[in-house]
Design a protein. Sequence first.
Length: 747
Amino acid sequence: MTMTKMIPTPKFEPKFEIENVSRRRFIQGVTAVGGLVLAVRMLPSAAYAYETGAGHRAEMGTGSRTTLPLVVADEMEADWSRVRVVQAPGDEKKYGNQDTDGSRSTRHFIQPMRQCGAACRLMLATAAAKRWNVPVGEVEAMNHEVIHKASGKKLGYGELAADAAALPTPAIDKLTLKTEAAFRYIGKGTTPTVDVYNVTVGKATYGQDVIIPGMKFAVVARTPVLGGKLVSYDEAAAMKVAGVEKVIKIDGTPMPAKFAPLEGVAVVAKNTWAAMKGREALKPVWDDGPHKSYDSAAFRKEMSAAAAKSGTPVRSEGDADKALGTAAKVVTAEYYLPHLAHATMEPPAATANYANGKLEVWAPVQSPGGTRDDLAAKMKMKVEDVTVNVTLLGGGFGRKSKCDFAQEAAILSKAVGAPVKVVWTREDDIQHGFYHTVSVERIDAGMDAAGKVTAWRHRSVAPTILSTFAPGQTHEFPVELGMGLIDNPFDIPNMRMENPAAESHTRIGWYRSVSNIPHAFAIQSFVAEMAHAAGKDHREFLLTLIGKDRIVDPRKSVNVKDYWNYGDPWETYPIDTARLRRVVEIATKEAGWGRTMPAGHGLGLAVHRSFLSYIATVVEVAVDAKGNLTVPRVDTAIDAGYIANPDRVRSQMEGAAVFGMSLAKYGEISFKNGRVEQSNFHDYKMVRIDETPAVTHVHIVPADLSVPSSGVGEPAVPPFAPALCNAIFAATGKRIRNLPIADQLST
């Protein structure tokens, strides 16, 4: 395979400090059992201001609970069979930022975890050397032991832990990190996840599995329209249901309310079934409030009208309007993506126990520290009086970093005077969530007589996530704009990106890959349309747009206050077109791009950079005479820098293909009279096993430790839908511009 030479990436080393927690406790005289405990703390800086503390992350299938400890164990020379992983509670003062969003767990913490392990190794070796009265250079830590080769003496880590704990923490510049050749676990992809056995045999504890002695069970009837108010309900009817013990009103919070619970009324009972039947008897009446007329179809027309007019400029190079006016050919297309629900396999659930002025919560939350802070604020308590225990997450995708369900449990526990578990049904989850934003994307491009693109104008219209946090927010903010819009890497002399206003009429929340989904769908679908209009091969047309190997710096031409580079330094993670080109070349080569296809089959291509990784996907589709769609094969190439756990990368790429297939084929949350029209998996569908890609080939671009690790959990989602739709066009000649695909192939 011919590989394009990469442009060297500037080196940037974030600063960390390692703290010997056990030594501090030893000096204070509170260490009951000898042990060595080190903590890594990321030092605040402009680039990492939001990310301080150690890498304590929730587990929702990505493998973070395995990968980060595995890195420590390797550098420490620990025997993995003797490693036990304990989930940290939500406490940002002790453990720093614990939010598990943004595909940043490994990329931010692989280096400090290595340093922590190396510090442990050196301290254990130093302790052994002192005991034997030999120079530390004569001893070696190896597989849970320290060895003095000259004498054959050995001491286990447990025997040395107390002595090591009494030592000062070595400075980071005194540490010797392993070479790649010396790694036993890192980069191998052969270590099972720490939870795989318990998950397989049903012993793992998810949010729904928590049982506390004396606990009650609750479900909540919530306002069906954002900002709605409860007018009346039949408490007496609910109390007649066997097992129902109490009916409690939950007051709403004026919008925007961040993650506060919606207004509602809860039924607390001896079991979940009784609570559900009691809720049915409530028959609540609502004042639907200011968003009662929200209608998806009508709002789509409003967004389309906005996209047809000029909007707030967010990036400008050259003169796109003038170049469009003089182009030999202008291609225009508009793309629509509806609201999406996270629809995690485990709906939200939380258990709370408020007693003696203290609150303890057990919940599957992506942001344990944030949940703790929000609970303290909601309950008007000191943060120190709130404990958040993190269970495994049965899927997250961004939904479970919003802690409204945990706040509900806390409110009800205090009102009842007993532990309470709040259970969300699938209908609750679908109809009362935080939804991925709806979007209209319009692109106009001009080409010269030779088919070269000379002008590009992209208008993105979408309600912003900021509307969940602050009033009057009608434009995408830098984080959203930096997800595939203003960071467009194409080599086009005249470019203009605009952002017309769009109001929000429901709770908008981040969703796996966030605004990369609509931006990538529009751009990568449009590239295929332009290639067809120019009579050129899609792959070659795309590579021409990417252009020569270079570093693209959109910061020079963006018209927003802050350029979002996924919260990381530009010096470490620039936009490198050589890497973008390479994943296109790999994916298309491995998929057999250009091969003769059977009737009704087609190949589609898309590429996208997100969360600092480069992903290209080729999808093969087969469409029969009745419009039935199947995907025989997917080829995905990923360049995520250095890969600490290849097995987890492959699983994330495979999962993203299924996730992307579901959102492209079926995903749609629609509104009528302010209410969500879907309610369960019969009308908010997921692809079934026989609809998922038959095989997904994952091609990982090799990289050594000099190439910084980047995101994995989210980047493969955005290119899937456009690759799928481009393949449908290749197979059938039918262009898909609006998601979901659903019944479009049979019409």
